[in-house]
Ligand binder design. Structure first.
Ligand SMILES: Nc1ncnc2c1ncn2[C@@H]1O[C@H](COP(=O)(O)OP(=O)(O)OP(=O)(O)O)[C@@H](O)[C@H]1O
Ligand SMILES: [Mg+2]
Length: 530
């Protein structure tokens, strides 16, 4: 080949180096130019990653080659190319197996590669990868002059360096974007809503929050669904010294197993298929602030093991990286599960449990908070009143009694939703828009299970010491209804609530209820839900 031809092929490629091209396109153009100048049936660019060669671009090879991984150890030709000083052509009678046999696009009777050459790409004095050229005809490369292959290899090295640099810049920009987002969130962080309630349970909770907020201790918040665990986490963060730093949350139950790890710890490019760039995990995003691990009981055992390392010494590794990152993060975790019994049954690591529950905070179920139900109802009614532009929104006495006697399996969230729903139903029933809307027992439409805490209780005595007793007392069941029926009703509501909250996905509902899927099915059938 003449020098003019080589130059004509190289010049546009040199131009490409300074242009903003997608990585794949950059490599493809390089291989095409190489094929135009050097007569071959196939060309490939491979990157060396540890002991593996990964094809980044191929031209003339079947597309599935891009998905293959070649272990250098298993392919003596690749090994020879990587250790050679420059371009290397294998003699046509060389009996080392060719990695591309059967992969070259061509007539099915001629799939064996007969002539093969290649050159190592050196970046920063280290082998970065290979370019390879193959032909089905054994004498094709006999006349190729090795210096022009070397010229292509140098250009290929420059191309990959540029691509790497552009990539590094792009992921730095993405990193900065994520950080900016975190600070935007932190700046706009609304102070959390007050924890409404006067009950002794609520006062103990507020005290716990005040005590632990100022420390940097790890907190484990437990309690049934809807009791306000997330609100408690927000309150602890807001009252802590980290209050002006970001509070980053992750719901461990909402993510598929395959993503949890990368969400928590981040990943580097190529860590798994689809990891196209480096990404910080939530731990790094929360650096200096607080990380809220919601539904921590749902983490798999392998992820728990990684979590343990961060909890122990603040060190973490992004997925696919061997670099250690140090983070300064305060962890608050929450779960509706009984983690101690999960530990007993081998579903949760004892060491992680002990690290997490340095300071346990239990949020009592709503039915154990006496007249807080009415205070909370007042709070939510006021929100609805403002939203709907009503002058007044109140509960009739029988509606109040109904709220007090109900067992609230869905806790505060159930109360919040019930009231919003009741207000809309009551408005619809009225036909015209009243100035003051009264919600009756009928509007609220709760099953009566007998008074848990009567309206005639003295409102002032809810904080008295006698409460301790009341707390451990289960709601009184109407003997006319019977215990079995009351329990059935309770279970039915819990299941319906879980289904509603998980988009009627039975598997997720079962997980949320801490039930085996098959057991939930059986229970649902018995209760007539299915
Ligand atoms: N004491 C409270 N005062 C005011 N609002 C509350 C209180 N407790 C809970 N809420 C409200 O009730 C709703 C449910 O609370 P939250 O999401 O914190 O519960 P949770 O325990 O995290 O539930 P889950 O286990 O289902 O995730 C939220 O809208 C929250 O703001
Ligand atoms: Mg929650």
């Amino acid at each position: 080949m003449n020098t003019g031809g080589l130059l004509a092929a190289l010049v546009p490629l040199v131009d490409d180096l300074s242009r903003d091209l997608p990585e794949g396109e950059r490599y493809r153009r390089l291989l095409q130019a190489m094929r135009a100048v050097l007569p071959c049936d196939a060309a490939a660019l491979l990157q060396l990653e540890g002991e593996w060669l990964l094809p980044l671009a191929v031209d003339g090879l079947s597309t599935d080659t891009l998905g293959r991984r070649f272990r250098v150890e298993d392919h003596p030709r690749f090994k020879a190319l990587l250790t050679a000083d420059g371009p290397l052509r294998f003699p046509p009678d060389c009996d080392l197996p060719d990695p591309y046999d059967g992969l070259v696009d061509g007539p099915p009777e001629a799939l064996e590669v007969h002539d093969c050459m290649g050159c190592v790409l050196t970046v920063g004095e280290r082998p970065w990868g290979l370019v390879t050229l193959d032909a089905l005809d054994p004498e094709r490369f006999a006349t190729v002059d090795l210096p022009s292959v070397q010229a292509f290899a140098s250009l290929a090295a420059a191309t990959v360096t540029v691509a790497d640099r552009i990539h590094a810049l792009a992921s730095r920009v993405e990193d900065e974007r994520q950080r900016a987002e975190v600070y935007r969130v932190a700046a706009g962080q609304q102070p959390p809503r007050d924890l409404i309630g006067n009950s002794s349970a609520n006062q103990r909770l507020l005290q716990d929050i005040a005590v632990v907020a100022d420390s940097d201790l790890t907190v484990l918040i437990t309690g049934e669904t809807g009791v306000g665990k997330e609100l408690v986490a927000q309150a602890i963060h807001a009252a802590s010294r980290r209050g002006t730093q970001p509070l980053i949350s992750i719901n461990c139950a909402a993510l598929p197993e395959a993503l949890v790890e990368s969400e928590l710890f981040g990943h580097v490019r190529g860590a798994f298929s689809g990891a196209i760039g480096d990404r910080r995990g939530k731990f790094e995003l929360a650096d200096g602030g607080t990380l809220f691990l919601d539904e921590v009981g749902e983490l798999s055992l392998p992820v728990q093991a990684k979590l343990l390392r961060v909890l122990q010494n603040g060190q973490l590794q992004r997925l696919g990286s061997d670099r250690e990152h140090r983070v300064n993060v305060r962890v608050i975790a929450a779960t509706h599960r009984d983690l101690a019994s999960d530990v007993q049954e081998g579903r949760f690591r004892a060491d992680v449990f002990h690290r997490l529950s340095v300071f346990p905070v239990h949020v009592a179920p709503l039915r154990d908070r006496q007249r807080d139900v009415l205070m909370l109802a007042g709070f939510f009614l006021e929100e609805n009143r403002v939203r709907l532009g009503l002058s007044g929104l109140r509960l009739t006495a029988d509606a109040q009694a109904a709220l007090l006697s109900y067992a609230w399996p869905g806790n505060v969230r159930e109360l919040e939703h019930l009231l919003s729903r009741s207000v809309l139903k009551a408005l619809a029933r009225q036909g015209r828009r009243p100035r003051i809307l009264s919600l009756s027992e009928t509007d609220i439409d709760l099953p009566r299970t007998g008074p848990a805490f009567g309206l005639d209780d003295d409102a002032a005595d809810v904080d008295a010491d006698a409460d301790a007793d009341a707390l451990s007392r289960p709601p009184i069941v109407d003997p006319a209804v019977g215990l079995r029926a009351a329990v059935d009703d309770y279970e039915r509501r819990m299941i319906l609530d879980a289904l509603a909250r998980h988009g009627h996905n039975w598997a997720s509902a079962a997980r949320a209820l801490g039930l085996d899927r098959a057991n939930l099915n059986r229970l649902a059938k018995r209760l007539g839900i299915k």
